[in-house]
Design a protein around this ligand. Structure first.
Ligand SMILES: [Zn+2]
Length: 348
């Protein structure tokens, strides 16, 4: 059999990606450390990041990615092979439900208002308190407001109605808010928006896995099918980014989840399956195939532990989204925030 040299190259690249990708989280961290330290990967190509897209996959437990493997979640695997990631990030400590964790992602705060948190401890459409600020009892800023104040556009695409809390709380900071239950449609809207507008920060929430988990169980075929479908939606967005140099060269992508789940729920904040989530950083200047814990000795891989906010070395948290996004954009931290407040979570 004769292979054209380009085919051989493609095969070698595929093998290299397979080696760099994830399997067991701890072993992949080990493998990827070596890769991320090589000079060629240090000299990461790409201009300055001027745009960030944060994608939260509702109810995506980290083990679903390893369980489905590269065949079932090719996009997530590609992002991990080409970016910096961990499958052992943490949610907020207090609660493993949607609205409190997403509020943490956009404010960089813990939940408990009595300890400087954002105070959003409910997970429904209630209108009292009407805003995050009223829940906290004081002003609470967000990544939306900071980016908007830097004269960069922002957008929020959500697939649950309770996200209207964010629009009420940061009505000036969020330039465009769209809610659609239909995840496919919402992802397409986000794609179009990325092309039509030059926004500094875009947040996309996809509910598919959580919807299926509640209906059929977190380990059901329906749940795994929803994770696969979400990976395909993410794949179309990544292809859009790759197909447009102005996105490819200037947009960083963050992917995480609000919580995992087991059985038909996810509200037990003491359970590993609920509080362990993935966290992926991908884009220009991001180390290829790196483990976030290997890149960040100031942070500690918590193993199977549930962590506290008092730990000297914090885990990577989904609540790092706000300040990591701002750091990527060259903007300072969200005032009053806690997670990655020093903006010392490195991506290369
Ligand atoms: Zn849920």
């Amino acid at each position: 059999m004769v292979l054209a040299s380009s085919s051989v190259g493609a095969v070698l690249v595929a093998v290299a990606l397979a080696v760099a990708g994830c399997g067991d989280p701890s072993s992949s961290e080990g493998q990827t450390t070596r890769i991320s330290r090589t000079p060629v990967d240090r000299a990461v190509p790409g201009g300055p990041v001027t745009r960030v897209l944060a994608v939260s996959i509702d109810g995506l437990r980290a083990s679903a990615i390893t369980q489905l493997g590269r065949a079932g979640t090719p996009t997530l695997h590609r992002l991990m092979a080409q970016g910096a990631s961990t499958l052992n990030a943490r949610t907020e400590r207090e609660m493993t439900v949607t609205l409190p964790n997403h509020t943490g992602m956009v404010t960089g705060r813990r939940i408990a208002a009595s300890q400087g948190g954002h105070g959003v401890s409910w997970n429904d459409d209630r209108r009292r308190p009407p805003t995050v600020q009223r829940a906290a009892g004081h002003d609470v800023s967000s990544v939306f407001r900071v980016v908007h104040d830097a004269n960069r556009g922002t957008a929020l695409f959500a697939s649950k109605t309770k996200f209207s809390l964010f629009e009420r709380s940061w009505d000036v900071g969020i330039d465009s808010y769209r809610m659609r239950f239909d995840n496919a449609r919402l992802a397409r809207m986000t794609q179009r928006d990325l092309l039509r507008h030059n926004r500094g920060f875009t947040f996309l929430h996809l509910s598919g896995p959580d919807d299926a988990g509640h209906a059929r169980g977190w380990n059901s075929p329906a749940y795994l099918a929803a994770v696969r479908a979400t990976d395909r939606r993410l794949g179309r967005i990544v292809r859009t980014i790759n197909g447009h140099p102005r996105l490819k060269q200037h947009l960083a992508l963050l992917v995480t989840a609000d919580h995992g789940g087991s059985g038909k729920g996810h509200s037990d904040a003491t359970r590993l399956v609920d509080f362990r989530v993935p966290f992926v950083v991908w884009g220009p200047t991001v180390a290829r195939g790196a483990g976030l814990y290997a890149l960040n000795p100031d942070y500690a891989n918590p193993g199977h532990r549930r962590t506290t906010y008092a730990d000297a070395r914090q885990p990577v948290r989904n609540g790092d989204v706000a300040n990591l996004a701002l750091d990527l954009l060259g903007l300072g931290a969200v005032p009053g925030s806690e997670h990655d407040r020093a903006q010392d979570l490195d991506w290369n």
